[in-house]
Every structure is written in structure tokens, then in C-alpha cells.
Write a protein that binds this ligand. Structure first.
Ligand code: BEZ
Length: 232
């Protein structure tokens, strides 16, 4: 429906379903990728410089996302032939920061009707009513939205941060821990808070393997090897 107004998707919601034409054929999202992590991301327009730098960076990290059992899916409000021409240009002509001959093998959705971008809150009229903002949705293997990041048109995303968030989500799920500011694999992790006065007292008295900064703020070691052994 053309003028349908959708609520913004939220963390914890089921990922809205859609079918779409992409540069890798038609897809049913998210069901085609159930059992995998998904990163669904939008860019404002093909053949623009910030977007080109982003696509080259993301596509160059494809092997990392394969190893993390994560399917990348791009989207813009351009048509399929524009997408195909842009991806061919990227592969055949553009050399940027040591990246060249970059092949984008993940699907890129054509969304000329804006149906998908509106459903996912990617069109934000204060920024632009004709282009999607730079949205990033992290969707888990059960198709639940777990993290959402939005950037404006003028600022390219930090792709190390996007990978860090995916690794952090998988680690939080795998080990039942929370992760402190700027966490990277190998850094200490946050253990669930003490749930009773007795537990708080015993934490502060000192518990094997746990460091407490106060009764509600305790960490433990989780090695990089342990984290990496469970990723994917
Ligand atoms: C860019 O990708 O360069 C771009 C796209 C839309 C607005 C501003 C910049």
C-alpha cells in the first residue's frame, strides 16, 4: 500500500517480512536466512562517493561475515539496473584505499516503491524523503531485531564497529554476559548483577575469578580464544 504509515521497528521486534528483487535474484526476507544472523542495511543512492566507499569496505569484509554466519543484505531506493551498473563500476574501475577488483556478492535490494525502506524506518523525511538514511539492522537467527544503528546521509559508517557489534551480540548470547564500553574479544565481561543482599555481600567479600568495582558492577575474564570458539 503506497501511503501506508508504519511504526518504526524496535529492538526485540520480529523483523518485518518482505519479498524483494535483488542483484542476486528474488529473496524472501528474513525467512530465506532463518538460522543465520542478518545485517540489513540501507544506503542513500548508487553512484555516490560515501556509499561507494562503504560498499567497497563492507564487500571486502565478506569472508569475516561468512565466518560469523551472517548474511549481508543491502538496500536503496534505486532500481535493479542502476544497482547492477554501480556494482560493475565498483569492480571494474574503482581503486580506493588499497581495495580494488571488489566484487559485491551479497544481495542489493531494489526498493523503487520505498515499501521496504518505509517498513524499516529507513526513510526519515527530516533528512530526506527521496533517499534512505544509512540504517543498519542486526537480526538474529530467530529473525528478531537485536540492534539498530542509524547514520545520516553525509557520514560513512564505521565497519569495524558493525563487526564488533555482531561479535558482541553473539558473545552475549553464547556466554550470558553483558559487555562493557568499547569491549573487544579478550577484554573482561560483565557478570549478571547480584540478585539478593546476600549475593551482593558475598560478591564484595571476594569471589573467585570475579573482580568487583562495586556490588552491582562485577567483571570476569573471558579469553579471546573462548569467545572465538563460539562465534558463528
Ligand atoms: C554519498 O554517498 O556520497 C552521499 C549520498 C547522498 C547524500 C550525500 C552523500
Amino acid at each position: 500500500m503506497e501511503n501506508q504509515i508504519y511504526p518504526m521497528p524496535r529492538i526485540g521486534d520480529e523483523a518485518p517480512e518482505f519479498t524483494a528483487i535483488t542483484t542476486q535474484g528474488n529473496i524472501n526476507f528474513p525467512s530465506d536466512y532463518t538460522g543465520k544472523w542478518k545485517i540489513l542495511f540501507s544506503h542513500p543512492a548508487d553512484f555516490t562517493p560515501v556509499c561507494t566507499s562503504e560498499f567497497m569496505t563492507f564487500a571486502s569484509m565478506q569472508k569475516d561475515y561468512d565466518a560469523l554466519n551472517c548474511q549481508l543484505v543491502g538496500l536503496s531506493i534505486d532500481g535493479l539496473f542502476s544497482h547492477i551498473a554501480w556494482l560493475r563500476t565498483i569492480k571494474e574501475k574503482i581503486e580506493y584505499k588499497g581495495m580494488k577488483d571488489v566484487e559485491v556478492t551479497f544481495p542489493l535490494i531494489e526498493d523503487i516503491t520505498m515499501e521496504v525502506s518505509k517498513r524499516y524506518g529507513m526513510v526519515q523525511p527530516g533528512e530526506s524523503s527521496t533517499k534512505a538514511v544509512r540504517a543498519v539492522f542486526f537480526i538474529d537467527p530467530k529473525n528478531v531485531i537485536r540492534t539498530i544503528i542509524y547514520y545520516p546521509l553525509s557520514i560513512g559508517r564505521n565497519f569495524d564497529e558493525i563487526k564488533r557489534v555482531l561479535i558482541a551480540l553473539q558473545t552475549s548470547d553464547n556466554f550470558g554476559v553483558a559487555l562493557p564500553a568499547d569491549w573487544r574479544p579478550g577484554d573482561d565481561v560483565i557478570v549478571p548483577p547480584a540478585g539478593s543482599c546476600g549475593a551482593a555481600k558475598s560478591r564484595m567479600a571476594g569471589e573467585e575469578g570475579i573482580t568487583c568495582y562495586d556490588w552491582f558492577f562485577c567483571t570476569k575474564r573471558l579469553s579471546k580464544e573462548e569467545v572465538e570458539s563460539k562465534l558463528g
